[in-house]
Write a protein that binds this ligand. Structure first.
Ligand SMILES: Nc1ncnc2c1ncn2[C@@H]1O[C@H](COP(=O)(O)OP(=O)(O)O)[C@@H](O)[C@H]1O
Ligand SMILES: [Mg+2]
Length: 412
């Protein structure tokens, strides 16, 4: 029997479109002999839709029309089963569209990649691909992630965190000038795709960088901008028991930082892809480039020692943060000092980082199979954990009232 696989994508995130591309690519590469693929598109307002039209890239040009042509749905947990149902329910006949075996969130950014969707799926009780609630949340928050990595002895750049409602812009500027200096890079803590990130070289540009970052997130971080930067990315697949590293890539940027345009539009500012860079979409059916269209060099030009250091550190950090599924860990090398830092984690990387697995002999289809097996493995493990007691204290002569009335001052 085929596995009923629900691919969830979209969501209320600035990376909505990138998620659509990543999901379309994955659906094209899933083995149709093994899986019944059920697409579930989460609109920018959070409504959910299903239908075959959701697998056509061209349909996303008009999102309103797309939603009209699809079927609005909701999930229902029903006595141990998780059902995808028509919403609103039909007046006559069954509204059940499918019973879901595994959910596959292919989403990027706030409200979806950050543990929120994972928490929803966990509450429903459906096995799902990728990081659990905590590691998704940790991986999304650049500040918390750094704190945990530092605690584990991994090299990260020091940073300052500011809250939009607690700190005045002027005091953010003076503290940054005192503790970090220029150039400094300002980032919303919980976004991706370089959205809201700016390098500042003086107090005026720092003020405006902070305002930009605060328009995307309540918390922002400031850290030293590495001027002689080499970026190296490496993907990891696995779980706490076994983690395996992919090939390393070196992405190329056209600006001061690797921008949204560099990542998804091949550098929109008219630059040709750098010499020697491979786009490495070959071998996988590709709906449209997404992260796979970035100009990059795979394998990255690294000596064997550095390559192994990065791949091992990527696996160790993945396990340290409690990740599972596929992540992409982004490193920075400061060419001026030779220092290596972990920059960030992507717990659901663009294009699921399939292009980093092909060079080590793992096809996209195989990668997807592995991820689904890992989701089922976690569900089996969780079924060994005790989540409830058979006893019911209400049936054991517990007081009929909860005793809160008149017990306001009770201490615990
Ligand atoms: N400390 C830094 N110094 C120099 N450039 C940086 C630094 N941190 C990030 N960048 C640049 O900004 C890009 C985006 O930053 P990153 O932290 O990876 O956020 P995102 O989650 O949006 O990808 C990086 O790919 C890199 O080009
Ligand atoms: Mg990044």
């Amino acid at each position: 029997m085929k596995t009923k696989l629900c691919v969830l994508f979209g969501g209320k995130s600035v990376e909505h479109e990138i998620s659509v591309i990543s999901a379309l690519q994955a659906m094209e590469n899933l083995d149709a002999e093994k899986y019944d693929i059920i697409p579930v598109y989460i609109s920018k307002s959070g409504d959910m839709y299903t239908g075959d039209i959701l697998r056509e890239a061209a349909a996303y040009k008009d999102l309103k029309a797309l939603c009209k042509k699809s079927v609005r749905v909701t999930f229902v947990s029903d006595g141990g089963k998780v059902l995808l149902c028509r919403f609103p329910a039909k007046r006559f006949g069954s509204s059940v569209i499918a019973e879901i075996d595994v959910a596959f969130p292919i989403v990027h950014g706030t409200n979806v990649e950050d543990g929120a969707l994972q928490g929803y799926l966990k509450t429903l009780g459906v096995p799902f691909v990728g990081c659990d609630v905590l590691s998704s949340a940790v991986g999304m928050d650049k500040y918390v992630m750094k704190a945990m990595l530092r605690d584990g002895g991994f090299p990260v750049l020091d940073c300052l965190r500011f809250n939009k409602y607690r700190s005045r812009i002027d005091s953010c500027v003076s503290e940054t000038e005192e503790k970090i200096g220029y150039p400094v890079i300002v980032k919303p803590v919980d976004l991706g795709s370089s959205v809201g990130i700016t390098v500042a070289h003086d107090s005026e540009s720092l003020k405006s960088a902070l305002k930009t970052a605060f328009s995307y997130a309540e918390n922002v971080l400031c850290e030293r901008a590495v001027t002689e930067l080499r970026e190296i990315n490496c993907s990891v697949v696995g779980d706490s028991e076994k983690a395996e590293a992919s090939e390393c890539e070196e992405p190329f940027m056209h600006d001061e930082i690797l921008s949204y345009e560099d990542k998804y539009m091949g550098g929109s500012k008219g630059c040709a892809k750098s010499a020697g860079a491979k786009t490495s979409g070959a071998g996988a059916k590709s709906a449209s480039g997404g992260m796979a269209s970035l100009a990059r060099k795979v394998p990255a030009d690294l000596d064997a020692k550095m390559r192994e250091r990065i791949r091992k550190m990527a696996c160790d950090a993945f396990v340290h943060l409690g990740c599972s599924g596929v992540s992409r860990i982004d490193f920075m090398i400061d060419k001026a000092t030779g220092e290596l830092y972990i920059n960030e984690f992507n717990t659901i990387p663009g294009s699921l980082a399939f292009y980093l697995w092909q060079p080590v002999g793992v096809s996209y289809g195989e990668l997807l199979d592995r991820l689904i097996s890992l989701a089922l493995k976690r569900a089996r493990r969780e079924s060994d954990i005790i989540y409830s007691f058979d006893t019911n204290i209400f049936a054991m002569g517990a007081p009929a009232s909860t005793g809160t009335k008149g017990a306001k001052g009770a201490k615990r």
